[in-house]
Design a protein. Structure first.
Lengths: 231, 326
């Protein structure tokens, strides 16, 4: 079965960040590039992802004092990332068949309290299991720094209650519309964001067949791309 | 933006030399025009200044031969710095030195302009005014992943059949040959070619006749839509004004037909141009292992040795924990 891979914004950010890291530059670049290289034939970037990427990259963590220099340096990293994916032949998903009204409407339904309750239960269960697993490993591990960080992170997610924040619900809805338009293909959403990945996979494994008028397609899955953990 | 807010860094090793006043006169001309200009006498000062303050324009008196030496081998600090500067900033080379091969080599690094010192400060000011006006009137366009909007045809002016027609067709795919620069200008105004290739046999300008150069400049105004590749041969060695004219029309590539690597250069140009999105070319940065400060061209200042590769990478982002929220 042919695949369409939809990357989340954080993968583009990771790639651009890789060009700005000191010292471990080559390792960072290789890690960040590996996903794009491996799936270059299947990756198609949604315009909403590109748009969020530009917004985050050029309008966040700005140094207002030295804005022009800051922008030049940011642009430098962006340009290297752009060049890399452009040379791999990766481009935008052809959006002629995307009905954005359906995407927005589905996105709203995924974010209101009418969302399938299995999502909340599933996320809490998954996070609690993660925490339990990490705690077990911590008892025996000799090098604990990474595990302690992971534990804090998962506890934070559980306490702060993050689900589909930012553009995530839009991306999930988008992937469903792409999937319905490409019933003969497997759609894989790739992200560094566990909540997003779990949402897609929980819905996929659940009995929820319908959200509003839209039948949840069975040809969508999500995968975590954990480049940052390679650090 | 007022002219006084437009910041220029001027590099000239003769800026304090009482025996040579070209640099000083040029500096004064720019200052009197109202621009904010600072002068330094060493390339290492330019690098230091770049990381400390923002400049809209760098005017560099650098020997073209040295630029060529430092850019041809990846990994030298000066070469990488100049490539970096030309990728993201405006650079004018204001120099008395330079030969045919040097101009060809550095043309492909897309500096904004090359002005020979003999043309003086007024010519320099003319170009600065253009950059200043462009900055205010032309929007900065980020590269886009949108597919390029063109008719998939390369338009070729192959003067007096200088190059083999089949070679051009092989390198550039669907090809449309035109018989004059006038026709090329006319046809590219009303169409969206994938590429424009101009192969020249005769000089562009002679004494009191710049008609052909004017045509090339007009055609070059299309280069944000189409990418222009110029091919000239060794007979242009003595045609300095023609070569500088081509360089200043800011082509995508300027190639020497008589070079041993011409065919592969042409191939590389065609491949790169197909990916180019129409503004500044994005150059490769050296990988960590390729960067060797010991290979710094000794012709450049010794203070380059104080610079580290880390100075060339933007340390923008703090390490954070865990997965991104975006």
């Amino acid at each position: 079965m042919n695949e369409i891979i939809i990357p989340d914004t954080n993968l583009l950010i990771d790639l651009s960040e890789a060009y700005s890291r000191r010292n471990r530059k080559t390792q960072y670049i290789e890690n960040a590039q590996s996903f794009w290289k491996m799936y270059s034939k299947q990756i198609e970037i949604p315009k909403i992802v590109w748009s969020e990427f530009l917004g985050v990259w050029f309008h966040k963590d700005i140094d207002f004092e030295t804005y022009d220099s800051w922008f030049d340096k940011r642009y430098n990293c962006f340009a290297q990332a752009f060049k890399f994916i452009k040379e791999l032949g990766i481009g935008f998903y052809d959006e002629k068949s995307i009905d954005y009204n359906t995407v927005f409407s589905l996105s709203e339904k995924l974010t209101s309290n009418r969302m399938p309750r299995v999502l909340v239960d599933g996320l809490v269960k998954a996070l609690s299991e993660d925490i339990k697993q990490i705690e077990l490993k911590l008892n025996t591990a000799s090098y604990k720094d990474n595990l302690e960080r992971a534990l804090r992170r998962n506890q934070r997610y559980l306490n702060a209650g993050k689900m589909l924040d930012g553009m995530d619900s839009l991306l999930v809805a988008y992937s469903y519309v792409v999937a319905n338009n490409n019933a003969d293909k497997a759609i894989l959403v790739c992200s560094c964001d566990k909540s997003l990945v779990r949402t897609v996979n929980i819905l996929n494994d659940s009995d929820v067949g319908q959200i509003g008028d839209l039948t949840i397609p069975k040809n969508v899955k999500a995968q975590i791309i954990s480049q940052r953990e390679i650090q | 933006m007022e002219k006084r807010d437009f910041k220029i860094l001027f590099l000239d090793d003769e800026i304090n030399d009482k025996n040579s006043n070209v640099a000083e006169l040029a500096f004064d001309t720019i200052k009197k025009a109202g621009y904010s200009i600072e002068a330094v006498s060493k390339m290492s000062d330019v690098i230091e200044a770049y990381y400390q303050k923002y400049y809209h324009l760098f005017i560099l008196d650098i020997d073209m031969g040295e630029v060529k030496d430092s850019t041809k081998e990846r990994g030298t600090v000066a070469g990488e710095f100049l490539k970096r500067l030309s990728s993201i900033s405006n650079v004018i080379v204001f120099s008395g030195a330079g030969e045919f091969d040097d101009w060809l080599h550095v043309a492909n690094y897309h500096f904004y302009s090359y002005i020979q010192k003999r043309h003086g400060g007024e010519k320099l000011l003319e170009v600065i005014d253009k950059i200043f006006n462009d900055l205010q009137n032309k929007p900065f366009v980020l590269p886009s992943l949108e597919r390029a909007d063109h008719n998939d045809i390369s338009y070729v002016y192959n003067e007096e059949n200088m190059l083999d027609k089949q070679l051009l067709e092989r390198k550039f795919g669907k090809t449309h040959f035109v018989d004059s620069l006038e026709t090329l200008l006319h046809e590219t105004e009303s169409s969206k070619p994938k590429l424009i290739v101009i192969v020249l046999k005769k000089p562009l300008c002679t004494f009191n006749n710049t008609k052909r150069l004017d045509l090339v400049e007009k055609i070059s105004e299309h280069q944000t839509k189409a990418k222009i590749i110029f091919c000239i041969d060794n007979s242009f060695r003595t045609e300095v004004d023609s070569v500088i004219g081509i360089v200043n029309s800011r082509p995508f590539r300027l190639l020497n037909i008589d070079s041993a690597t011409f065919e592969s250069d042409l191939e590389e140009a065609a491949a790169k141009a197909a990916l180019w999105y129409g503004e500044r070319e994005i150059f490769d940065l050296p990988e960590e292992g390729e960067f060797n400060r010991k290979e710094i061209d000794e012709k450049f200042e010794s203070s380059f040795h104080d610079l580290k590769w880390e100075d060339f990478t933007a340390d923008l982002l703090e390490d954070d924990e865990g997965e991104s929220d975006e």
